[in-house]
Design a protein around this ligand. Structure first.
Ligand SMILES: [Zn+2]
Length: 344
């Protein structure tokens, strides 16, 4: 039998890690929240590096305009109507059969985040919105688990590593997110693949340090880069710890985790789409639903989602009852459409 560590020989040869570091990586567990641009790069790096258990959580399906930067996906995934988490997990298992990958197709919210992260060593940010990041921050601070923030827009990106109690948390640095519509999004400002890969690679490198136990090597600054204008900045933030009256890590008021902040039904960041996040206890029966909806036109479904178009809107429905309705940014209108076609 060949040595299972052999495939990591070039990684182990790096003095900072060594064989002991690799063994710890192989025994470690992570949750990647969001599997779009950042998440696919994270998933790719960590699967190849041999992280023993990787949970990939994402609420969305794959569209052709994702392929420019979401490196684990290809045109066959779009044609197969696969959710991102499922498509990513399939690729990761092909990349590395020695690891365990769990795909979770869901919207991360205050009711499920603890279950999604309590059994892992590290949480990684592959999301595209501050609402989910504050929720991750609350959960990580409450559980005392490290997490790594990353965000990208256009050619710019930021990243920071949060060790609860040892470094400032996200809310120490950015106390409140700007209101929706006030910040550029990937849809309004665009986003370039190399910027995404760079930030996700920063996150992945920090992850390898944490998982291998090399805490001294961690970056403790807020990293800000712009690959177009070629600027790299490191903002010293360590002095903020305990100096700001942070609701999360100082007062331990978990506004997002306790559900006081945040909403389930959201417009999806400039995509002309609304997510209706109803959650049912029983799974939808897609065959029955398709038969019922059949009168309005073609209804397609597989094990993961059901899709139909009507009145100029495309509905994508997930087994737990959640739906993404394209063709509107109006939450009230989307709720009406949902009630009309899917019941309340
Ligand atoms: Zn804080």
């Amino acid at each position: 039998m060949s040595d299972p560590l052999e495939r990591y020989s070039r990684q182990m040869r790096f003095g900072g890690l060594g064989e002991e570091g690799q063994r710890r990586i192989c025994d470690s567990r992570v949750t990647i929240c969001g599997c779009g641009a950042l998440g696919t790069v994270l998933a790719n790096h960590l699967a190849r590096a041999g992280v023993g258990f990787i949970r990939v959580v994402d609420r969305d399906f794959i569209e052709t305009h994702n392929l420019q930067r979401q490196i684990l996906f290809d045109e066959t995934d779009v044609a197969s109507n696969l959710p991102k988490a499922e498509a990513a997990a399939r690729k990761m298992r092909l990349i590395n059969s020695q690891i365990t990958v769990e795909a979770v197709v869901t919207d991360i919210d205050h009711t499920n985040i603890i279950d999604l992260v309590s059994d892992v060593d590290l949480i990684l940010d592959g999301t595209d919105n501050f609402e989910t990041r504050y929720l991750i921050n609350d959960a990580a601070v409450k559980l005392g688990k490290p997490w790594i923030f990353g965000g990208v827009i256009g050619s710019e990106g930021q990243s920071m590593t949060i060790l609860p109690g040892k470094t400032p948390c996200l809310r120490c640095v950015v106390e409140d997110s700007p209101p929706p519509g006030m910040t550029p999004t990937c849809e309004t400002a665009g986003v370039l693949g190399p910027a995404v890969s760079t930030i996700a690679s920063f996150e992945a490198m920090e992850a390898l340090k944490i998982l291998s136990g090399k805490m001294d090597a961690l970056n403790r600054d807020l990293i800000m880069v712009d690959l177009w204008s070629w600027s790299f900045r490191q903002l010293k933030i360590s002095g903020l710890l305990g100096k700001v009256d942070c609701p999360s890590c100082q007062r331990r008021e978990f506004d997002w985790l306790d559900g006081r902040m945040g909403s389930h039904t959201t417009t999806l960041c400039g995509r002309n789409a609304v997510q209706i996040a109803t959650r049912r206890s029983d799974k939808l029966n897609f065959a029955e639903l398709a038969a019922k909806l059949g009168t309005i036109g073609e209804v397609r479904h597989n094990a993961f989602m059901l899709r139909f178009e009507t009145e100029g809107h495309e509905f994508t429905v997930f087994p737990d009852g959640r739906a993404i309705i394209k063709g509107t940014n109006d939450i009230a209108k989307a709720k009406t459409l949902y009630a009309q076609y899917l019941g309340s």
